[in-house]
Design a protein around this ligand. Structure first.
Ligand SMILES: Nc1nc2c(ncn2[C@@H]2O[C@H](COP(=O)(O)OP(=O)(O)OP(=O)(O)O)[C@@H](O)[C@H]2O)c(=O)[nH]1
Length: 306
């Protein structure tokens, strides 16, 4: 049964980029890896001319520590060089333990901001591919070979931030297999896993390359649809629902059929404006909840006034 997402449930690192886990045209970009702090292993790809680090919600890399200034430091890219510039922060920016106002970053430099430490990995660093692989492994669901929740939320946060600034359209779908417990209870957990894989494959094959599809929980999934509004998300959701409904998993003599319930929400105003990715998740989740309550095997698009 789908439960409403508690507000504090998602604690995914803010500002974590998602877009360079496949090799881009210019190869891998330089990055920062958090090596001490609340999100150890968090990777920040330095793919913009300027990246702000600070406590502010609007910082590209938000560091939620009271001793970190709102706009603490900026990393500027100049050709292939990265320069960190302290923004007159109260407690200072440290590179390799020395307080610096500006500093050209070199491979493996350690940047300390508050209690958080990042390691700078340059574009030509021998460690770059290693960190890339670690990030990739940490972003995949090992059974279904689709993105995991961590990756999805990283992506959503980044994408939402940009879509609200530009602004561009963005929608998401959350969906859940109906009465999945019965499948496990009737056929066993292994067959349950087969059904999960079946649903994941059906959905994957119906999405665009630009859509981000992930496992959100046990039998819950999430899709992010860039450049889509609520109507388009509703149509995609219906397409997915019909595709799942129309196919079956064959097991011995049995045809196992499942249905899914879906909730969709988009960034465009529906009642009160969306301020963050959390609002989007909450709205899609409440639409999914309504779809379950209304009898399952259906799509509800969030049109609330909250
Ligand atoms: N086989 C298998 N089962 C899983 C996995 N993750 C979660 N489940 C099962 O999914 C079931 C979810 O049950 P419920 O939350 O009651 O939901 P439901 O039976 O789908 O009912 P509704 O969501 O209300 O339609 C539980 O029995 C979990 O054990 C998994 O990775 N593999």
């Amino acid at each position: 049964m789908v439960k409403k997402t508690p507000k504090e449930e998602t604690t995914i690192p803010p500002g974590t980029p998602w877009f360079h886990w496949k090799y881009g045209e210019n190869g891998l970009e330089a990055c920062l890896i958090m090596i001490r702090g609340p999100q150890v292993g968090r990777r920040v790809v330095l793919d913009k001319d300027e990246i702000v680090l600070g406590r502010s919600k609007n910082a590209d890399v938000q560091i939620e520590e009271s001793c970190v200034s709102r706009q603490h430091a900026v990393i500027k890219r100049e050709a292939s060089t990265f320069i960190i510039i302290d923004q007159n922060s109260t407690n200072g920016t440290f590179v390799n333990s020395e307080r610096r106002v500006t500093c050209v970053l070199r491979d493996q430099d350690l940047i300390t901001i508050g209690n958080t430490i990042f390691k700078f990995i340059a574009k030509n660093s021998p460690e770059l591919h290693y960190h890339e692989e670690l990030h990739k492994q940490a972003s995949l669901d090992p059974v279904l070979q689709i993105h995991n929740k961590r990756f999805f939320l990283e992506y959503l946060e980044q994408k939402c931030h940009r879509s609200l600034l530009l602004p561009t359209k963005l929608a998401i779908i959350l969906f859940d297999i109906d009465h999945f417990k019965r499948i496990n209870d009737t056929y066993g957990h292994q067959t349950g896993d087969q059904v999960l894989l079946h649903v994941a494959n059906i959905v994957k094959s119906r999405l665009r390359n630009s859509d981000i599809f992930s496992r959100y929980g046990g039998e819950e999934f999430a899709v992010a649809l860039p450049d889509s509004d609520a109507e388009q998300a509703g149509m995609t959701a219906e397409k997915l629902r019909r595709a799942v409904e129309a196919t079956a998993v064959i097991r011995d003599e049995d045809e196992i059929r499942v249905t899914i319930s879906l909730g969709a929400a988009s960034l465009e105003p529906a009642g009160s404006p969306i301020r963050s990715w959390r609002d989007l998740i909450e709205r899609a989740d409440s639409a999914l909840y309504e779809a379950k309550k209304a009898g399952r095997n259906r799509t509800i698009v969030y049109r609330g006034t909250r």
